[in-house]
Every structure is written in C-alpha cells, then in structure tokens.
Design a protein around this ligand. Structure first.
Ligand code: 13P
Length: 248
C-alpha cells in the first residue's frame, strides 16, 4: 500500500506565485515517488487555482480547515461544499493550531460527520499538549477521539483518517520515536474499538510532528502508521522531495 503523505503548508507561502512554484516542485517530486499517495493542503485561497493547473492523478488536495455548517453567517468561515467545489477531496479537522484558537473536540466531531456526508474525507487530528510520566496523555487523546468519532456510524469509521500529532513534537527538532508511536497506534485502535466496535481495528493512522527526510521512513516502517502529516518540511521543496523519495 502507498504511504499517505499530507503536505500541510499551513499559512504559507505569501503569494500565489510562490505557491505555484512550490506546487510545481512538489508535483515534480511526486512523479518519481511511486510508493507515495500525496495530499497537498495549501491555504484555501490558493486551492482552486492549484487544483486547476494540475492534470495528473497522483496528487489529491485537502482543505486545512472548514466549518461544519453548510452556509450562513460565519464570517471568515469556509464550508465543506465550498472546499469540495474548489477541489478538496480531504479536509484536516481539529488541527492543534485550530484548537489553540478555540476549536473544540465537539466541533471537530461535527465537522467529521459533515465531511463524511459531503463526500470529503476527514483527517481528524488528535494529540496531547505535553507529556508527563503519569500517562495522562492517553486519557487526553481518548477524549479527543471519542468526541471526534461521536457521530460517526460504525460502518463509516474506516473512512476517517486519524492523524496523531503530539503538540510538543510540532514545528521543531523534537520528534517521537517509532517505538512510542507504535504504542500510541495500538492505543488509538483500542479506543476506537471500545467506542465503535471491531471495525476500529482497521482505522488508518497517520503521524505528524517534526517529520523530516531522515525520520519519515523509519516511522512508516516501525510504528504501524500508514502515513505522515508534514508541516515545515513540506514548504521546502528540496527537503520535501528528498523526504518523499526516501520512501522508495
Ligand atoms: P511540522 O512537521 O512542522 O512539525 O508540523 C506538523 C504539523 O502540524 C502538520 O500538520
């Protein structure tokens, strides 16, 4: 199976011109990365134009965030159907950078349900802010998962991608070991099985947090995840190309 690599550009780059340049380099890199299914999540304002200039099949697009509501008085918001109309097949839900701005687990749960109903695949992000030895991060992640999946029918569980992104590992040099991620992979599956039944064993889990060209391959090989959410390295065309080509 191809590894799912999500390039989350976050609020970068500054101009459409630079976005096109970055996208062209990403597309070129994707052509030789045969074992990778690439999903590019640009800022929403660049999405439609990037989608329109791409004729291939190897890259899919994601919105970085949407509302759950179908429309109405939500200044600054983007609906799922608007994101889909612009070319998004996926949507990142509950990213920690949105949660830090006030998005709750309950809202994330509503967006997951609305995304499934709109035919957009949700990528539900969960992850603790910090870790101590007492293991509280497990109950933190469990609550985020339970709220995120609250409205999902058991038959649709496998349509939701789960991205485990520990906040302490995002954006820096600190990353999680594949061994620790393996423990979390098992915990996430057990939690979904507990909440929704046996189908939870088949959920697809991605890892995100300081993924680089040197740690991507071991993470995919040793932790039980099927993909990676890549932040800052995805906006560096050379590094990102090295990363996806390191995956065979
Ligand atoms: P970094 O890869 O920059 O740590 O970001 C991870 C992330 O938040 C992806 O969504």
């Amino acid at each position: 199976m191809k590894a799912i690599i999500v390039a989350n550009w976050k609020m970068n780059p500054a101009t459409m011109r630079e976005a096109k340049k970055l996208f062209d380099a990403t597309r070129e890199a994707s052509e030789s990365a045969r074992n990778v299914g690439l999903i590019v999540a640009p800022p929403a304002i660049f999405l439609r134009e990037l989608r329109a200039r791409y004729k291939g099949k190897r890259i899919a697009f994601a919105a970085q965030s949407t509302n759950a509501e179908a429309g109405g008085a939500f200044t600054g918001g983007i609906s799922l159907l608007q994101a889909k109309d612009a070319g998004a097949q996926y949507v990142i839900v509950g990213h920690s950078e949105r949660r830090a701005k006030g998005e709750t687990s309950e809202e994330a749960g509503k967006i997951v349900v609305a995304a499934l109903a709109s035919g957009v695949t949700p990528i539900l992000c969960v992850g603790e802010l910090s870790r101590t030895h007492s293991g509280e991060h497990f109950s933190f992640v469990r609550e985020q998962l339970q709220a995120g999946f609250a409205g999902v029918e058991p038959g649709k569980i496998v349509k939701v991608l789960i991205a485990y992104e520990p906040v302490w590992a995002i954006g820096g040099e600190k990353t999680m070991s594949p061994h620790d991620m393996h423990e979390m992979t098992i915990f996430i599956k057990k939690t979904i099985v507990g909440a929704k039944g046996e189908a939870g064993m088949n959920v697809k889990i991605l890892y995100g947090g300081s993924t680089t060209e040197s740690n991507a391959a071991p993470m995919l090989q040793e932790s039980g995840v099927v993909g990676l959410l890549v932040g800052h390295v995805s906006i560096d065309a050379y590094r990102f190309s090295t990363l996806i080509n390191s995956l065979g």
